[in-house]
Design a protein around this ligand. Structure first.
Ligand SMILES: CCCCC/C=C\C/C=C\C/C=C\CCC(=O)SCCNC(=O)CCNC(=O)[C@H](O)C(C)(C)COP(=O)(O)OP(=O)(O)OC[C@H]1O[C@@H](n2cnc3c(N)ncnc32)[C@H](O)[C@@H]1OP(=O)(O)O
Ligand SMILES: Cc1cc2nc3c(=O)[nH]c(=O)nc-3n(C[C@H](O)[C@H](O)[C@H](O)COP(=O)(O)OP(=O)(O)OC[C@H]3O[C@@H](n4cnc5c(N)ncnc54)[C@H](O)[C@@H]3O)c2cc1C
Length: 650
């Protein structure tokens, strides 16, 4: 049932795969949405294997940033020849430039820019964040002042803090970019709008007059992305280079407002909605690496004399790793919901934007944070080798954890989610019914079931009892925060200051609300699976997810007696029971994420499990090992030791 077994594999991994009790092909197709996508993934990987020019000349971990960027640009230029979607020097081109054209360009602009962008006739990024402002968009400083005489915008960075700072691929790769600047026309400041701005010559790639652009330097991770800075000094662009699908500016400088004030923020909502799947994949990569490794790593005897055991036999190891697999699945189901909602918005349903913003803000914050935490847990569970770049886990963590910051700093996003909760709490307090159905927030209009929580000891627990418990906590925290806001305001504190003084409570309510949303999407998502053995695996993963989350918020559940200690004990036992049931299938379940060795980029996570010999080969390829004695040894340490020996003879 497990199509991942091949001759020459590590027998310890093969024996795991032979225990598989379900079809890995069916589970893989369910995770990637269908078998056609799996087939396409395998075709692309096979193509990669056959085209050595697409391979890295050496492990990129041994390259400095200059050579990493050069290697990434080389591969990207080749990818254009081979496949449509390309890698990191084009990351922002695909994740933000093209979506902004789709989202903010009018038909004429779309006709002009979209084909060129899709055909990679230029490379773009999304330059919004400035040295002085990233969260507070209302205070962005870059200006685009309209000159009706020439029908042009004049773009300027009025201060150093106005320098665009952080945009991916801005430093060296991009030549046509989106700049978010304050639109100023006829002396009026209309706030941030998006503009299509050439910054480098299309042929020479030299920066254009008035443009100062460069790389911001090394970061915590993502070394192949040239995050950059940009200063503009009287750079002129035609009026029609303002994105005009939503807001418009007539040739005489009169401004036409957009249908919805936040349509300009649509690209950010898009990335928040789609990055949930990216995060699920990253957590799936980390759990694939760590579980495969834990199935071949023998360390310690459980019973003396009976030989060392695989570290995956330890309950603590299962408790560290299997919940990450469950969360990766949970995030995939949650992300499907936000992508569907975004498609509705892009299809013209502007009314869905507030709901989409509310759910995607909280989801982005919770998922990025738990993904980063989960990858770090996977890394630590691999012992010393997890700390090696050979594992792929340090870089994976460094890439994933950036998601807690980009696309909206997590705390700010949770507070955005809380805005929606507070508005609903206010309606409920005034006995107002919801204006339209919203499956994400309707539970807030209900009261907790009179009967206490139904969590009990059973081998087939009912997900709804746990989801009702999560709803109970989210409701309680939402109304507690709302009531505190009202009390502060009644004491004469301004609404704005009351909001700041309730920030932590609001953040807790938004987190509980998002947990409820994810649990509900996971529980609903597995209902589509008709194959019984695969359904059984998904139910075990759901049980693990739900009761693991119960343990994560046990204090909130016990707080008002909604559950009693005995039910927390039941929940712990339900987690242990799920771990026990999942253990035999653990390797095949991560095999079903269907990540190939190029995506895993990990000696520990190789499909064949032949770790030790490949660790040695990887280490030997370190540039340091080109020398037995380092050329500078005798100049420093050698001389120091010689001097010390001479000294000791005196
Ligand atoms: C997918 C890629 C993964 C690959 C991984 C590999 C490598 C990674 C490399 C790069 C990463 C990729 C991209 C990163 C790119 C970026 O980071 S782009 C820059 C992102 N920046 C932000 O997200 C800025 C965050 N700040 C804001 O969004 C806003 O300032 C704010 C916090 C939302 C506040 O805005 P403001 O206008 O002040 O609104 P206010 O809080 O006052 O609320 C007013 C009402 O507006 C509603 N609202 C706010 N935003 C939206 C929105 N986007 N859509 C809909 N509605 C919105 C808000 O809810 C309020 O409504 P009320 O009804 O009044 O409550
Ligand atoms: C890897 C990476 C890639 C990026 N790519 C891009 C890109 O392509 N394009 C682009 O435009 N930007 C990009 N960014 C920038 C990113 O979007 C910003 O860093 C992010 O929006 C946070 O803004 P900031 O850095 O100014 O942090 P700040 O907003 O200064 O946050 C600092 C602290 O203040 C807190 N804070 C701020 N405002 C509030 C508030 N109202 N209430 C409570 N707390 C608050 C935050 O929670 C945080 O703890 C990228 C960043 C990174 C790390």
């Amino acid at each position: 049932m497990n199509s991942y077994i091949k001759p020459g594999d590590n027998p310890l991994l093969t024996e795991e795969r032979k225990k598989c009790q379900f079809s890995t092909d069916i589970l893989a197709a369910f995770y990637h949405e269908n078998a056609q996508k799996i087939k396409r993934r395998h075709e692309i990987y096979q193509y990669y294997l056959e085209n050595k020019e697409l391979h890295d000349p050496e492990p990129t971990e041994f390259m400095d940033r200059y050579h990493r960027l050069e290697n990434a640009e080389r591969k990207v230029s080749l990818l254009k020849k081979h496949v449509k979607k390309a890698g990191s020097p084009l990351g922002l081109h695909y994740t933000m430039m093209i979506p902004t054209i789709l989202n903010n360009a009018d038909d004429e602009q779309k006709a002009e820019w979209l084909p060129k962008a899709q055909n990679l006739e230029f490379i773009g990024t999304y330059a919004q964040t400035e040295l002085g402002h990233g969260t507070n968009l209302r205070f962005l400083e870059t200006t685009a002042t309209y000159d009706p005489k020439t029908q042009e915008f004049i773009l300027n960075s009025p201060t150093t803090s106005a320098a665009k700072w952080w945009p991916g691929n801005l430093g060296k790769s991009s030549n046509r970019i989106i700049v978010v600047a304050r639109l100023i026309s006829n002396g009026k400041d209309y706030g941030p709008h998006s503009f299509f701005v050439p910054i480098r010559d299309p042929i020479t790639h030299k920066s254009l007059p008035g443009v100062t652009v460069g790389d911001i330097g090394p970061k915590f991770g993502i070394p192949t992305v040239d995050n950059g800075f940009l200063l503009l000094n009287n750079v002129r662009i035609p009026r029609r280079n303002m994105f005009m699908k939503n807001a418009k500016l007539n040739p005489d400088g009169t401004y036409i407002s957009p249908k919805h004030a936040k349509l300009a923020y649509g690209t950010m909502v898009y990335v928040r909605a789609v990055m949930i799947r990216t995060m699920s994949h990253m957590l799936g990569l980390a759990s694939t690496i760590s579980i495969r490794y834990s199935a071949i790593r023998k360390q310690g005897e459980i019973e003396a004399g009976k030989g060392e055991v695989k570290v995956l036999e330890y309950q603590t190891q299962q408790y560290r790793l299997l919940p990450q697999v469950a969360r990766a699945w949970a995030f995939e189901f949650a992300g499907r919901y936000t992508r569907k909602l975004y498609a509705q918005f892009l299809g013209g349903d502007v009314d869905v934007l507030p709901a989409l913003h509310g759910v995607s803000s909280g989801l982005k914050a919770v998922v990025t944070h738990q993904t980063a935490q989960g990858i770090e847990q996977c890394r630590m569970a691999c012992g010393g080798h997890g700390y090696s770049e050979a594992s792929g886990l340090p870089q994976l963590f460094a890439t994933a954890v950036a998601g807690c910051t980009y696309e909206g700093e997590n705390m700010v996003m949770l507070l955005q989610s809380a805005r929606q909760l507070v508005k609903i709490a206010s309606d409920v307090r005034k006995n107002q019914k919801p204006t339209k159905q919203n499956p994400v927030t309707d539970y807030l209009y209900k009261t907790s079931a009179a009967t206490k929580c139904k969590i009990d000891q059973t081998t087939d627990p009912d997900p709804s009892s746990v989801i009702e418990a999560f709803e109970h906590v989210a409701r309680r925290l939402t109304f507690a925060a709302f009531d505190k806001l009202e009390q502060l305001k009644q004491r004469g504190i301004s609404a704005e200051n009351a909001w700041v003084q309730c920030g932590v409570d609001l953040r807790r309510a938004a987190t509980a609300h998002t947990r409820t949303f994810i649990a509900r999407q996971f529980s609903n998502g597995i209902l589509e699976m008709r194959d019984l053995p695969v359904q059984a695996v998904l139910k075990d993963l759901l049980q693990l997810y739900l009761f693991y989350e119960v343990l994560e918020c046990d204090g909130d559940l016990l707080y008002d007696g909604y559950v009693i200690g005995q039910q927390i004990e039941y929940s712990k036992n339900n987690v242990y029971e799920a771990l026990r049931r999942l253990r035999p299938n653990a390797v095949s379940i991560v095999d079903s994420f269907d990540f190939n060795d190029r995506e895993l980029n990990s000696v520990l996570g190789r499909r064949d499990g032949n770790v030790y010999e490949n660790m040695l080969e990887w280490a030997k390829s370190s540039p340091l090992n080109k020398h037995d004695v380092m050329p500078f040894h005798h100049k420093y340490l050698g001389k120091m030791m010689e001097d010390a020996r001479q000294q000791s003879k005196l």
